[in-house]
Design a protein around this ligand. Sequence first.
Ligand SMILES: NC(=O)c1ccc[n+]([C@@H]2O[C@H](COP(=O)([O-])OP(=O)(O)OC[C@H]3O[C@@H](n4cnc5c(N)ncnc54)[C@H](O)[C@@H]3O)[C@@H](O)[C@H]2O)c1
Length: 469
Amino acid sequence: MNRRKFITSTALAAAAPLVLTNFKLFGADAPSNKLNLALIGSWGRGEAHFDSLATQNVVALCDVNEDHLAFGLKKFPTAKTYVDWRKLLDDHKALGLDGIVICTADHTHAFISNWALNRNLHVYCEKPLAISVEEARIVRANWLSRKTKLATQVGMQRHAFQNFNRVREMVRDGVIGELKAAYAWGNRQVKPAGASYDQAKGILTCKGQNGTSTRAGYLPDAGAPPKNLHYDLWLGPTPAHPYNPEYFTGKPGANCLQWNMFWDFGVGQVGDMGSHTMDLLWNAVDAKLPTAIEASGDPFNDAITPIKCESHFEHPANDWRGPMRISWYQGGAMPSSPKNYVDLNKIGHGAMFKGTKGFIVADFETRIILPVGNEADMTYYKPRPKNELLPTIVHFQKEWFDACKNPSLKTACDFEYSGNMIEQMLLGLVAYRVGKKLEYDGVAGRVTNAPEANALLSRKYREGWTLNG
Ligand SMILES: NC(=O)c1ccc[n+]([C@@H]2O[C@H](COP(=O)([O-])OP(=O)(O)OC[C@H]3O[C@@H](n4cnc5c(N)ncnc54)[C@H](O)[C@@H]3O)[C@@H](O)[C@H]2O)c1
């Protein structure tokens, strides 16, 4: 019995009290209460979901690489297979599908998410949720219009580390006084295969055919793709680029680093570790969309996203704090340390919060408090008793399964929280490209002082592909 039939039949049972004695047979993990799910991207990051997905029914797998489909089939031998996610979604009724898990390349995330939401399916999407401001806004709006019946989660699973809520509690409980600013950073420097990076100039080069050095771009044409790879479907909606095997030579779960620095396939570290690390900050500040954005970084390369970059966002006050500034730094750009004995460079991916009475410095699992100034005597701060700590997420994927079964339950990284967060980060890349401070109307989704920036809020797609299909 699939879940929808189960719900219908239990509703009927509720109308007949005599049958209710059997209700306990349908516990949360009883076979009849399992979700029917599809996994799109059945290798690499997809494999990280295998064990939690195995607690539900995986009825379909989709992968553009037939070898990777075969890999997924070893774990889920009864699943129906697809190479085109649109065909899978066409079959959602016949499959009795309740939801999908998306582990594909970033340039397809918002597409697949929208198509699934439009078919009333629950969605777990790997990060980043979107790679353009327009994509982020549409996918968020699509979920918000269905949030009472559909569950969403973006794969920022570090959110379940207890440190996330401990940091939030400290910020909210005033350990650093009034919050004024917050900074997140990541030190990854990912470059295309065979390219060299001149850190001082911020320029990526590769060897040309006659041995001369040329500006790095999309990888050169390397002939036809192998038969097992449906390269045209891998490109999907994004502008076409010639096949090169280097896009596909990464280790399982890290292959995204082979393609995500190219503008048409991803947004580099903004969407990669930026999603995880900004989440550590975002969870503690209750921000929505910024009103102003400025950014700077490596000289612009029209193929490759910047390695070194920093972006700064002005956020209005909310009901518990005044206006604040949020900053993101990557690839060697770093915030200044409040004290030279605190070496922020030793934290590869971290966040720092600045208040009127000091700083909190955190990585994903630990935090330190740095009281600053004569007023910072800590008498104003009382740690919460254990029973008032924010609840722990026991299992990030299960949180989504539970919400699919009962959408009144909240997920930590739903498409509103994650959509706002990635929209902010993507606005940073727009400001970097335009090279001036942007003023942003978050309600309209328009830059109000630089018309050229509005053209960069959306991406161009190949003919035949619809973002909100
Ligand atoms: N949450 C995390 O910690 C984490 C870690 C690693 C990767 N990721 C994310 O997971 C995603 C996949 O990363 P990866 O390193 O596994 O990449 P990958 O290139 O190995 O792709 C994963 C699988 O998806 C398949 N695929 C790609 N496009 C597809 C499409 N349009 N339709 C069907 N299948 C498709 C690939 O063939 C491959 O089998 C990325 O978005 C990445 O950001 C998240």
